[in-house]
Write a protein that binds this ligand. Structure first.
Ligand code: SF4
Ligand code: SF4
Length: 431
């Protein structure tokens, strides 16, 4: 058994917040009567519906097809009838096309046919066909990440799960260790790399021990420090390589994949299953029974809340973790491939304080793991000076939320920086 220590990473913070569902085994949520499946569950172009209202589908039927290299197929998560294809404004205030399917509860399922070889190209094609995207939250189509322009030498598996509350990756690591290991090996083969590192925060000793039994994995026991799960920081602490500003992990010959992504690859390759389910943590002191839940994609969040006993004095509902997740403005929100959490927070766990003027304390800059100056970027974003926002490093922001978390004036720094980033991208695309 070999477990390695990471390199020192001088930035970032310890974040308060407990992992309430650490000891809760993954349970299956009941299938809902109706699922609402978005065609935009990934970075890139929305998938294009290939079914019509009234069509019969099975679990695993392709319902929307990828519309380019950076896009992903979408599959039905239930058997039943397509009852609507419509735009829905979801809980994040985003208008997205959804395919609505009435469940007939027959559980009829279709899978891909077997394939004949395990060559890298075949594995990547299967992962592309299955609609697998980065399930750590980013949603970048995995097949595109597995076909870099230059050869890589290292695959890094992100088992940090550094956000408070979230425990679904941890539970998967101890409940599905063998399946995850096989998924890792398939992904390494697809990339044609030999060196495999798995980084796990040291507050998950059972997961570290579980993976340390595989002699071909280099297990790194990470310090509990936020945002340890960010790609660039994980690459540095596990390999010593620095990804320069504006560059990507493949520029330093690395590829980072999340626990759930490699597990989805395993099911797609070994059993021919497309991606139709997710595992997420329902937590926070505002939910009566915190759980780790295996759930069908398209399940309404309201059904998940009901399954976990309902809410109690929750003042904020968040999709994702408390640092990088987004507060919901309504409950017209449906489980997507990339969801990892649904948090119901009481007022003791979140700030409902209105923002006040910046007092120039500099705390946001001191805490920023990317060494940029959030207060200046926010100010440029609010005054519409996106060129200066870019000059001050807006595009290097990983939206980890540490600046806003530490800001005594409760400035909405991340929203402003994120807005600046989208405007800078528009400027570059000539819009
Ligand atoms: S500016 Fe971006 S990278 Fe820096 S702390 Fe804020 S959110 Fe994180
Ligand atoms: S932490 Fe908040 S108050 Fe302090 S400089 Fe940054 S934005 Fe201003």
């Amino acid at each position: 058994m070999s477990i390695r220590k990471p390199r020192h990473f001088p930035f970032g913070s310890k974040i308060h917040g407990t992992k309430l569902s650490n000891k809760c085994p993954i349970v299956k949520a009941p299938a809902p009567e109706r699922v609402y499946i978005s065609v935009s569950q990934h970075i890139g172009a929305p998938a294009i519906p290939v079914v019509s209202i009234g069509d019969k589908v099975k679990k695993g039927t392709l319902i929307a097809e990828a519309s380019g290299a950076i896009s992903a197929n979408v599959y039905s998560s239930v058997s039943g009838t397509v009852s609507d294809i419509c735009d829905i404004v979801n809980g994040l205030n985003q208008k997205q096309k959804h395919i609505v399917i009435d469940n007939d509860f027959t559980d009829e399922e279709e899978t891909f046919s077997n394939f004949n070889d395990f060559e890298p190209e075949t594995l990547v094609n299967r992962i592309r066909l299955a609609g697998i995207v980065g399930l750590g939250g980013a949603g970048f189509p995995t097949a595109a990440k597995l076909t870099p322009k230059n050869p890589l030498d290292t695959l890094i598996i992100n088992g940090a799960e550094c956000e408070p509350y979230l425990t679904c990756d941890y539970r998967l690591m101890i409940e599905k260790t063998e399946e995850i290991y096989k998924g890792i090996k398939y992904v390494a083969r697809a990339l044609n790399v030999k060196k495999i590192i798995i980084g796990i925060e040291r507050n998950k000793p059972r997961a570290i021990e579980a993976f340390a039994t595989y002699s071909d994995l280099d297990v790194v026991s990470l310090k509990k420090q936020y945002p340890m799960g960010s790609e660039k920081h994980l690459i540095y602490v596990t390999t010593g390589r620095k990804v320069p500003p504006g560059k990507m992990p493949f520029d330093v010959k690395c590829c980072v994949q999340n626990i759930k992504t490699v597990l989805a690859a395993y099911y797609a390759i070994e059993y021919g299953k497309p991606l139709t389910e997710s595992v997420l943590t329902v937590s926070g002191h505002g939910i009566k029974e915190p759980k780790n839940v295996q759930v069908l994609i398209g399940t309404p969040f309201s059904e998940l809340i009901k399954f976990c006993g309902g809410t109690e004095d929750a003042v904020k509902i968040v999709a994702g973790g408390p640092m990088m997740g987004k507060a919901l403005v309504n409950l017209n929100h449906y489980v997507r491939k990339t969801d990892s959490g649904l948090l119901c927070l009481k007022n003791t766990e979140t700030s409902t304080q209105s923002p006040s003027n910046c007092i120039n304390c500099g705390l946001c800059a001191r805490k920023c793991p990317m060494r940029i100056m959030p207060m200046y970027i926010e100010s440029f974003a609010l005054s519409g000076n996106f060129k200066e926002a870019e000059r001050y490093g807006a595009m290097n922001c990983i939206e980890c939320g540490l600046c806003a978390y530490n800001c005594p004036a409760k400035r909405a720094l991340v929203q402003s920086i994120s807005f600046a980033k989208s405007k800078i991208k528009e400027m570059k695309n000539g819009k």
